[in-house]
Design a protein around this ligand. Structure first.
Ligand code: HEM
Ligand code: HEM
Ligand code: SF4
Ligand code: SF4
Length: 435
């Protein structure tokens, strides 16, 4: 039985959704009984539940401000925290979180996970977050003296490094990609892994004005939400024609294949209507169905994925695949939320990824030099302008980079582009124009 009384938390054990309260109680009980030589307080889980109950009662958090801890050699990877009621809850006096760099797309073997659990049961609270929003395996709650111990075991026994935190490159993340998705336009996992390895130094030792994130989506469906949650978003696409299997299209129309692979089968939407559900919903109206044959005017297709998502067995991505690269996404603080802005409409994504690395390094060179303290890339792009950003990337402006042209006329010109330059003499002007 759990040690503390938690009447409010107990309410959250009701209902069908897996209860985090029941799970923590189970771990609390396991810690009470275990014969493992625990290196952290046995009552950590009980005390955490107690502290949470207190927060539910008085509706405020009970962690002190901040916390700076870590491991030698690295400037990040651990998020320190201390309870503000240490006498009442000594088991979580310090309760630091360790970020562990996950494998791309979270594929695991039970053998690996057992090793992580064995280590964390002994040297941590036994509690985790699988996974943090950025992607890391999150080991929730340990004491300062255990940090180096956990790090030593992670690196020496598990061949496993920490993830990122602080003003640096954070842990990159990707969609499941070619591992299990027929829409993947490039190997998201391989690129994610390669760039993570390439930029280990930038990940472990903060050298930037602020945080920076990479995310890799295999197609515009955006399963890792790179366009919203990464300073650099790499999104797969193709530039030739969508491949159509006319016979399979017929099978959809005839009701043999379920639209959207059966995603809407929980409700009766009537028989599949290709006109209504595909042709009329195409954002550029570049599709046609004559009752027999499906046609796509690929020149006008914006590769939104809708038709492919709806008829995955009949329509396939093209063969000339690559990715679009976008920059600047961030949450609201300070200057307002941003999604990433299209910067490279199309780039081939091929090992050893030199073209992508060159681009990344140009962007970092500029931002590291010009970025203000705690200014995200997206804010620097706003402050100095997209024109400047293209210049540092060595890119030419392209209509695909804008949603619409500017409507205000406050246009800056470079002096060299204006005949005669800016140096003018008023006397010359007055010769022709009296005061
Ligand atoms: C034949 C007579 C006129 C011509 C050809 C003319 C032409 C123009 C042009 C081309 C502009 C735009 C300048 C720019 O955007 O850079 C302008 C702006 C302006 N004009 Fe005139 N104008 C004339 C008479 C007047 C008069 C009589 C007034 C006031 C009594 C006036 C007040 C203004 C003002 C205030 C602006 C600035 C508007 C703004 O920037 O939004 N103009 N004019
Ligand atoms: C003491 C008198 C005045 C003062 C202190 C004054 C001040 C200003 C200021 C500060 C602006 C904004 C400039 C900017 O956006 O950078 C402005 C704009 C303007 N003023 Fe005046 N103004 C005065 C009289 C007038 C008069 C008498 C007229 C018209 C007959 C006028 C017409 C305009 C117009 C059309 C604009 C807009 C210009 C633009 O958008 O570029 N102003 N004024
Ligand atoms: S983003 Fe595209 S390629 Fe990646 S898993 Fe999702 S649908 Fe598949
Ligand atoms: S991918 Fe989108 S834009 Fe292209 S044909 Fe299909 S529905 Fe139309």
């Amino acid at each position: 039985m759990a040690k503390r009384k938690t009447p409010m938390l107990d309410e959250l054990e009701k209902g069908r959704w897996p209860s985090f309260v029941s799970d923590i109680k189970q771990e609390a009980e396991a810690r009470e009984k275990t014969k493992v030589d625990l290196q952290t307080p046995r009552e950590a889980c009980d005390d955490l539940l107690g502290l949470m109950e207190l927060s539910y009662e008085d509706k405020v958090g009970h962690w002190k401000h901040g916390g700076i801890v870590g491991v030698f050699g690295y400037g990040g990877g651990v998020i320190g925290r201390y309870c503000d009621q240490p006498e009442q809850f000594p088991g979580i006096r310090d309760f630091h979180t360790m970020r562990v760099n996950q494998p791309s797309s979270y594929f695991y073997t039970t053998e690996y996970l057992r090793q992580v659990c064995e280590l964390w049961e002994r040297r941590g609270s036994g509690l985790t977050n699988m996974h943090g929003s950025t992607g890391d395996i999150i080991l929730l709650g340990t004491t300062t003296p255990q940090l180096e111990e956990v790090f030593w075991e992670l690196t020496h026994n598990l061949k496993q490094d920490l993830g990122g935190s602080g003003s640096n490159l954070r842990t990159p993340n990707c969609c499941i990609g070619k591992a299990r998705c027929e829409y993947a336009c490039y190997d998201t996992q391989h690129l994610c892994h390669s760039l993570t390895m390439e930029y280990q130094d930038e990940l472990h030792r903060p050298a930037f004005p602020y945080k920076f994130k990479f995310k890799f989506d295999g197609c515009p469906n955006g399963c890792v939400a790179s366009i919203a949650r990464a300073d650099m978003s790499v999104i797969g696409t193709w530039r030739d024609d969508i491949r159509i299997d006319q016979e399979a299209v017929g099978a959809y129309v005839g009701g043999e294949f379920k639209p959207n692979a059966g995603a809407h089968s929980g409700r009766d939407w009537g028989p599949f209507d290709i006109e209504k559900e595909v042709i009329d919903l195409c954002p550029t109206h570049c599709m046609a169905w004559d009752g027999n044959k499906l046609k796509i005017n690929n020149k006008e297709c914006i590769r939104c994925m809708h038709c492919i998502d709806t008829m995955p067995r009949a329509l396939r991505i093209g063969k000339d695949t690559g990715a679009s690269i976008l920059f600047g996404a961030k949450a609201p603080i300070l200057e307002g939320a941003q999604m990433s802005t299209l910067t490279i409409p199309f780039m081939k994504v091929e090992e050893p990824y030199d073209e992508i690395k060159e681009l990344i390094e140009k962007v970092w060179d500029w931002w590291a030099e010009e970025g203000r303290n705690r200014e995200r890339l997206g804010e620097l792009m706003q402050r100095q302008g997209f024109g400047k950003f293209l210049e540092v990337c060595g890119l030419k402006a392209d209509p695909r980079m804008i949603h619409e042209p500017r409507s205000n006329p406050y246009i800056f010109w470079k002096e060299e582009d204006v005949a005669g330059g800016w140096e003018r003499d008023i006397k010359e002007f007055r010769k022709k124009h009296q005061k």
